[in-house]
Design a protein around this ligand. Sequence first.
Ligand SMILES: Cc1cc2nc3c(=O)[nH]c(=O)nc-3n(C[C@H](O)[C@H](O)[C@H](O)COP(=O)(O)OP(=O)(O)OC[C@H]3O[C@@H](n4cnc5c(N)ncnc54)[C@H](O)[C@@H]3O)c2cc1C
Length: 425
Amino acid sequence: MPNLSRRGFGLLLGAGATTLAMPYYARAQGKPRAVVIGGGAGGATAARYMAKDAGDDMDVTLIEANPLYTTCFFSNLYLGGYRDFDSITHGYDKLASNYGISIVNGMADAVDRDAKVVVMADGSKVPYDRLLVAPGIDLIYDSVPGYSEEAAEIMPHSWKAGPQTQLLKAKLDAIENGQQIVMVAPPNPYRCPPGPYERVSMMAHILKEKGFNDSKIVILDPKPKFSKQALFTEGWEKHYPGMIEWYGPDVHGGIKSVNPSTGEVETDFDTFKGDLVNVIPAQKAGMIAAKAGLANDSGFCPIDPKSMRSKADENIFVIGDASIAGDMPKSGFSANSQAKVAAMAIRGDLTGSKVFPAKYSNTCWSLIETNDGVKVGAQYAPNEEKIASTSKFISQTGEDAALRQATYEESVGWYNGITADIFGA
Ligand SMILES: Cc1cc2nc3c(=O)[nH]c(=O)nc-3n(C[C@H](O)[C@H](O)[C@H](O)COP(=O)(O)OP(=O)(O)OC[C@H]3O[C@@H](n4cnc5c(N)ncnc54)[C@H](O)[C@@H]3O)c2cc1C
């Protein structure tokens, strides 16, 4: 199949309405190529759905930097001792063997949009007809003065799951009674709105289990409020009385700097010292998105809410945390839901298959203490401007123990279901 340059594509469009209406397969020789950058919740789902639904009509390639993927979802349950690390780690073997997806293990370094090729860090090239970009987030280390990639080895962020998660777990397990944990929470927008507060709950669970009643966890938050705040606050008072202190910007006045060598976090109000300091800095779309010219000044990528097609390039789609997905939070569930819409649109482009109107959904579960699960979620539909929420639900304060246990059990079922949906059963 010839590689159409952007100029060539323009000429093709200029050839008239008949050509425009023809699906790609009718114009090209050989199989059309869909390439995905990023084998996480979004990218791996999209690759699986494209390969599964298109069968032999399309070639699907998945480019992923790491040989294994550790889910951020349920990484807090690993911290809390409810899961082991292996149970949240997944491979790409089923995507290759059961669905015929070509897995390219390596870092995509650039996208040549004119030539329609992904340029890998080792210089090799992967041509595409449609490209789906799902690189997740990158951390903006210097959004917290004093913080850096090196500092993260002492004050882990653990906001990308893997060695950082294991480091945080080791530091949590080493805390002694009377010692203090300090979390610097991230500003909006960031991946997993309830994530920091679920994490604090799991930290408190470990301290409580050990009878470390003299230890404290201080959250220094740049935001005046946070997701599921009433539910977390109620849970913390019930299960961990006096252990967790949350300070918004009206109290601490702003986070001025962190010092990895002393464990201090300086704010306008006071200096807080942590024996374990968990710094979660501001975030932006993964590097490749900006390098490909897909991100705007916000650091994230504008998309067409009906398809997840990039507003910068009609041959490229952006899903998951890297995208600006309107009312949808940055979550694994959202990425998985967006992947199915984008996969359908790409198949439509490349094989002429029918494209149905987009629908999206999300639920975020959080465990506060053993069998005390809460959730928040919504359904979404695209309008002219954005992906807009059409109906919402949230757990209520004061719910009985049986309902909370059922909510937790639901989250375990969700984890099993979504990881099979992403990586194949
Ligand atoms: C502590 C925590 C708890 C969470 N809990 C939940 C939860 O309970 N429920 C939920 O739904 N969500 C949860 N999330 C959020 C969820 O993990 C993310 O929203 C989701 O992973 C986003 O999916 P994604 O595909 O956009 O990115 P990712 O899942 O991060 O995948 C991106 C992939 O792209 C790869 N990549 C990036 N750049 C390149 C490149 N240039 N070349 C090759 N590969 C590349 C990366 O290696 C990675 O595998 C949680 C997050 C955190 C931090």
